[in-house]
Design a protein around this ligand. Structure first.
Ligand code: HPA
Length: 272
C-alpha cells in the first residue's frame, strides 16, 4: 500500500471518529503532557487503534491522539510522539504530521525535552527554536518523489514560522517565563552524548540537543504547514563538568517546566 493510500485510510477513519475541524496541531514531547489538562477533550484514540500509526514504545509517552478545544480553538494533540531510536522508519515517525495536515490543521506547535549546551541555559528553562541542525542519519522525505507530498527539495531558510514564534515570545513574557531562542541539533540517540560529543555539537553552533522534532519539522515545511517548537532544558551539558543524568531526572525536570510551557501554548492556541 502506498503512503497516499495509507493517509487516505487513516484520515477517513479519524473523520469518522469525529476528528474534524481542528485548526491547530500539537505534538507533546517527553514528560510534557500538562496541556491535556487544560484541554477540553472530546475524543481520544490510542495510537494502537489508529490504522497505519506505529505503536508508541516509550513509557513516558501516553500514545494517544486527542481532539478537543483549548481556549476555544479546536485542536488535535499528540500525547506522545514517535522517535527514530524506537526503530521506526522516518516516514512512519512523521506520518501523524501528514495526517493532521490532511485533517485540516493550519498551524503546528511542537515541544520536546533537550539537553542544554549553551552555558547561559539552566535546567527547566525554555528555548524557542530559531533554527536546527539535522544530524539524524535518515530523512523523512527520502524516496518520496510524488508531488502529492510537496516539493522535492523544500526550502529550509526559515523552518520555524516567525509570526508563531512572536506569539510564543509574547506569551512567555506575559507569564514572566525564561524563554531563550536558539538552535536545536537532532541526534539519533537513544544514548545521551559523551563529553567530546557535547563539545562538538556546541562547536558546530547548537544550543541544545535532542532526539526528535526535526523530522516532523522537515515534513511540516514540505507540506507548507507553519510550525513552531519549544524545548525544555532538562539537563546541563557542560563537557568540562559533565554530571551523570538519568532518564528519570530528565522526566522530573520536564514535569516541572510542563505547567508554564502548557500555559504558553494554551495562550497562543487561543489566538489562532
Ligand atoms: N541529549 C540528547 N537528548 C536529550 C538530552 C541530551 O542531553 N536531554 C534530553 N534529551
Amino acid at each position: 500500500m502506498t503512503l497516499q493510500q495509507q493517509l487516505a485510510e487513516t484520515v477517513r477513519f479519524l473523520r469518522g471518529q469525529g476528528f474534524e475541524g481542528a485548526r491547530v496541531g500539537v505534538v507533546l514531547g517527553t514528560g510534557l503532557g500538562d496541556l491535556v489538562r487544560i484541554m477540553d477533550v472530546q475524543k481520544s484514540i490510542a495510537y494502537n487503534d489508529i490504522p497505519h500509526f506505529p505503536e508508541s514504545t516509550v513509557e513516558s509517552h501516553k500514545g494517544q491522539l486527542l481532539f478537543g478545544r483549548i481556549n476555544g480553538t479546536p485542536v488535535i494533540a499528540m500525547q506522545g510522539r514517535f522517535h527514530f531510536y524506537e526503530g521506526y522508519p522516518m516516514q512512519q515517525i512523521t506520518f501523524p504530521i501528514r495526517v493532521m495536515h490532511a485533517l485540516g490543521i493550519q498551524r503546528l506547535l511542537l515541544s520536546n525535552a533537550a539537553g542544554g549546551m549553551n552555558p547561559a541555559y539552566g535546567k527547566g528553562d525554555l528555548m524557542l527554536l530559531d533554527d536546527h541542525i539535522n544530524l539524524q542519519p535518515e530523512n523523512p522525505l527520502r524516496g518520496l518523489n510524488s508531488p502529492d507530498f510537496g516539493p522535492r527539495f523544500p526550502d529550509m531558510n526559515q523552518p520555524y514560522h516567525p509570526a508563531l514564534g512572536q506569539l510564543i515570545k509574547a506569551a512567555a513574557a506575559a507569564r514572566n517565563a525564561t524563554l531563550h531562542e536558539g538552535v536545536y541539533v537532532a541526534v539519533m540517540g537513544p544514548n545521551l552524548e559523551t563529553r567530546a560529543e557535547y563539545r562538538f555539537l556546541r562547536m558546530i553552533g547548537a544550543d541544545v540537543v535532542g532526539m526528535s522534532t526535526v523530522p516532523e519539522v522537515i515534513v511540516a515545511n514540505q507540506i507548507g504547514l507553519p510550525c513552531a517548537a519549544v524545548s525544555v532544558i532538562t539537563d546541563e551539558c557542560d563537557p568540562d563538568n559533565l554530571q551523570p543524568v538519568s532518564f528519570a531526572e530528565i522526566l522530573e525536570v520536564a514535569g516541572k517546566a510542563d505547567k508554564v510551557l502548557s500555559s504558553i501554548f494554551a495562550d497562543v492556541i487561543g489566538q489562532l
